[in-house]
Design a protein around this ligand. Structure first.
Ligand code: ATP
Ligand code: LTN
Length: 334
């Protein structure tokens, strides 16, 4: 890593198949920003534990997410790509920051409220302190920019609050991070219910497009997508279904909403939905081809996993040495 560039950090949970929402809201922006920053891309497997996971599936999903990072174009030579669980400093800083975070702050988190409703039988303490672990991820690397989808803005705010509090007590230990939200695709909605966000862990596969879905399946899911009453293809809050499809179309083609509205002026919903499906397939087919290549290349992937963890740990440990000293842990005798 070169010193002049600022640090960018982001992550994704291996909690299922990477969706079109993850791609448009996060990954796609990462690929454009990667060369302007010292970028660190994490697979946040520790966060995934906040919801019960099948061990074999989690292990596979984590590797698959890493290969999807590569398939969309993240460059492992330029960036650090690694698994969160391979760098124990995340857990260590997370504990410390827990002691600088208030219950009231965590109680306000909408993701906690949503996830506790969804997993009412498993409202564990990790789900509650999830944002503290996320703050640790970001602050460990002295991050300046965090490219995420819109749903993560609140988590970035609490990260900044924790950093401000900590720095207020101990001096400038942490760099103040900022969220980066892309212009398009920041909030892709579920295809069967365009009032809620598309989510990796949704049980209804018709709600989500996985970037590894079979192209035929993708077109079918778009054909079945819920639309609104009326027949006009216009971008409007009263038409959440059409609005979502138009946003997706523009995000994958690079066209503006105005251009897309004009293009589909005389089309019916049926043809429009197929056109959106085809545009999405065109964008993700090359990614699928690359993913297949990586799947065949175990040694190459293993090497990335190994060096990623080593590089990340070196940076994280530098911050931790400072933190341990500042908070008053006794010196280790070596
Ligand atoms: P889960 O369903 O397990 O909560 P998720 O699909 O919400 O997972 P995360 O791993 O939590 O995905 O998020 C990874 C990145 O993708 C984050 O930057 C997040 O903001 C972004 N993201 C997730 N869903 C969407 C969406 N529907 N639209 C845009 N961005 C999204
Ligand atoms: N909570 C994030 C995933 C995440 C993350 C991070 C994103 C964990 N740690 C650090 C950016 C920076 C989510 O997308 N649900």
């Amino acid at each position: 890593m070169t010193d002049e560039k600022k640090v960018l950090f982001s992550g994704m949970q291996p909690s299922g198949y990477v969706t079109l929402g993850n791609y448009l809201g996060a990954l796609n922006n990462w690929t454009t920003l990667q060369y302007d920053y010292n970028s660190i891309f994490c697979i946040v497997d520790m966060h995934a534990l906040t919801v019960r996971q099948d061990p074999a599936k989690l292990r596979k999903a984590a590797r698959d997410v890493l290969m999807q990072y590569l398939a969309v174009g993240l460059d492992p030579e330029k960036n650090i790509i690694y698994f969160q669980s391979h760098v124990p400093q995340h857990a260590e800083l997370s504990w410390i920051l827990n002691c600088y975070t208030y219950m009231g702050e965590l109680n306000r988190m909408t993701q906690f409220k949503e996830k506790s409703q969804k997993h009412a039988d498993n409202i564990n303490a990790g789900l509650f302190t999830y944002p503290v672990l996320m703050a640790a991820d970001i602050l460990l690397y002295q991050t300046e920019l965090v490219p995420v989808g819109e749903d993560q803005i609140q988590h970035l705010e609490i990260t900044r609050d924790i950093a401000t509090r900590f720095n207020g007590i101990y001096g400038d230990v942490f760099t103040m991070p900022e969220a980066y939200i892309g212009k398009t695709g920041a909030r892709v909605m579920a295809l069967q219910d365009p009032t809620k966000k598309m989510s990796k862990s949704d049980e209804n596969a018709n709600n989500t497009i996985a970037i590894l879905d079979d192209p035929k399946q993708i077109i079918n899911k778009f054909k079945r997508a819920v639309t609104d009453s009326g027949n006009e293809i216009i971008y409007s809050d009263d038409k959440p279904g059409i609005k979502n499809l138009l946003s997706i179309y523009c995000a994958v083609t690079g066209k503006t909403i105005k251009e897309a509205e004009k293009e589909f002026e005389n089309s019916g919903y049926g043809d429009f939905k197929i056109a959106v499906g085809e545009a999405v397939v065109a964008k993700i087919e090359p990614i699928q081809k690359k993913f297949e290549e990586y799947q065949k290349n175990k040694d190459y992937i293993d090497e990335i996993i190994k060096t990623g963890a080593e590089k990340a740990e070196r940076i994280a440990e530098k911050t931790m040495r400072k933190v341990r000293r500042k908070i008053g842990y006794p010196d280790k005798i070596r």
